[in-house]
Design a protein around this ligand. Structure first.
Ligand code: HEC
Length: 312
């Protein structure tokens, strides 16, 4: 299920994922009518949009398209929800179409972000081309960390493949003192199946894709309580804090956690084969050194200079 996105797998494509942070009050806190209207009113944005996706709806007609509106299904009295429900169904569909075109453009950009130039990638390439020293790309410490990662510490069982993730969901964490219970994948499946922007929905370009069949057939079981998606470990040294709830500030904290596995998960039970690793301080430092060797420095400057003009 490598294509499910978010820690709890509640969307099934990059573009459907991008919808949520735009409108989430704790992230960008915007709303879809405002986004569509902003593009309509900014001459260059509108020209760029229409070149790619065709004419925008008449978003200056305030009687049909209020400046602020979005569905807020949890709060029927919210002004955005009231404005949204007051719109004609066809107009809501028009705004949704603009929103999804915008997020498909974002997803197209995201697909250009490829990371494969880390010291570990160079090490593997050197080994494959017959150099037993691996080109000297890894320090002795990182190398011993890699041996732990792919050996006794069992990390690779879940963090596997070229992105260091099996794309699956597992129950790993322990309960924190004030843990708000997060059912993880158990709720994620429900949210995914009800997401109007999922691969089976009206805005999907590929309703017959295999992912749609998977989405419609997903069954909820209590095993999924507390499960979260195995995250990639590429560039992991750059993406603190760690875990779905951001509980660890450093990689050292994460590795110490795997070493000790304190406490019990708040919901369900921990993955059966996980046991405390009892790594000593040196081994923990080696694992961290290995994780740090997954950073692709060459990708970082590119991200600071996004493309300014759209291409078709
Ligand atoms: C049973 C599968 C499994 C195993 C084994 C496993 N992980 Fe994980 N890992 C996960 C999952 C799932 C998460 C996310 C957990 C969460 O947030 O609830 C995670 C999170 C992480 C994170 C934080 C990533 C981020 O973006 O926040 C790091 C770092 C990590 N693991 C490293 C390791 C290392 C090192 C090992 C071996 C000592 C290991 N993992 C073993 C499944 C696994």
């Amino acid at each position: 299920m490598a294509t499910l996105v978010f820690w709890d797998g509640r969307t099934d494509s990059l573009w459907a994922q991008a919808v949520q942070p735009l409108e989430n009050p704790v992230e960008m806190g915007s709303d879809r009518n405002f986004i569509a209207t902003t593009i309509y009113e900014a001459e260059d944005l509108r020209r760029q949009y229409e070149t790619i996706f065709g004419p925008l709806p008449p978003l200056s007609l305030r009687s049909r398209f209020p400046r602020h509106a979005r569905p807020v299904t949890t709060d029927p009295a919210h002004p955005h929800q009231r404005a949204w429900m007051a719109m004609a169904q066809d107009d809501r569909a028009e705004v949704n179409r603009v929103l999804t075109n915008v997020t498909k453009a974002i997803a197209a950009f995201e697909r250009t972000i490829v990371s494969r130039d880390s010291p570990f990638d160079h090490y593997v390439a050197a080994r494959r081309s017959g150099d037993p020293s691996g080109g000297g790309y890894l320090s002795g410490s990182a190398l011993r960390g890699a041996r732990l990662f792919f050996g006794r510490a069992n990390c690779f069982v879940c963090h596997t493949g070229s992105n260091f993730t099996d794309g699956e969901f597992h129950n790993v964490l322990s309960r924190l003192p004030d843990d708000p219970l997060d059912p993880g994948r158990y709720r994620g499946i429900l949210l995914l199946q009800h997401d109007p922007f999922n691969s089976l929905g009206a805005y999907s370009d590929n309703r017959h894709a295999r992912i749609g069949t998977l989405v419609s057939r997903l069954v909820r079981t209590t095993e999924q309580l507390g499960q979260f998606k195995t995250p990639t470990l590429r560039n992991i040294a750059r993406t603190a804090p760690y875990m779905h709830d951001g509980r660890f500030a450093t990689l050292r904290d994460v590795v110490r956690f795997y070493s000790e596995l304190p406490g019990k998960p708040p919901l369900g039970h921990r993955e059966d084969f996980m046991h405390p690793l009892f790594l000593n301080a040196q081994e923990q430092a080696e694992l961290v050194a290995f994780l740090e060797s997954l950073t692709d420095e060459s990708a970082l400057p590119r991200l600071r200079h996004p493309v300014t003009a759209p291409s078709r």
